[in-house]
Write a protein that binds this ligand. Sequence first.
Ligand code: 5GP
Length: 222
Amino acid sequence: MSSRSSINISPSGTLIVVSGPSGAGKTTLVSHVREYFVGMGNPLHFSVSHTTRDPRTGEDEGVAYHFVSSDEFLQMANHGEFIEWANVHGHMYGTSVREVEARLAEGQDVILDIDVQGARQIASNESLRPRSVSVFVFTPSFEELEARIRSRAMNSEEQIQMRLAEARREVEHGIQFYDYVIINDDVEIATDCLKAAIIARKLQSSGARQTIKELAHRFRED
Ligand code: 5GP
């Protein structure tokens, strides 16, 4: 069997949860592992979240996010249309059932880029937890995180301080439940670590053990 088909053996889809402060490099890592899995014939569907924040320059509706009003968001939340949702930096963000459930049921893998509050909701969801793997991505130091946030020049000084304080709180109190933590010092190594976490999870839920047992059973009968 070639290495290409050997990772594509999980009968049900895996929910891959990636979190970490803005500036940790999640978007790049997610994009690299998605390219890798496409090349392996096992594309990871990126779940497009709903948010009440305004689109930034270059962000198209339905690609980075579904941009909705607070009323629309709350209506969806009240109707149970999110598998998780949270208030992040003053705006609402949520992962819709529609983006995730049917795909997992069809055996497709789904990747989420969500904050710690959302990841915690998935970790405590009895139906989703067994089908998921969660990864927290961080910079090698807080100085590095601050430098990366500043280099984006997207935030005011107040927002920068708020994001740093939030990152410190998350690291001190909020990340125990993640399956893996990746320090993104070197993007290639960090990408390999994320690939490894996903593949390890898919192998755990694969039917390989059962397949081998069935083969052994048939072998005795022959
Ligand atoms: P940004 O506004 O910079 O795109 O994202 C801000 C934060 O919101 C990021 O940490 C991102 O991971 C998080 N986020 C994006 N979508 C969701 C979501 O659907 N649920 C939760 N809980 N967080 C989200």
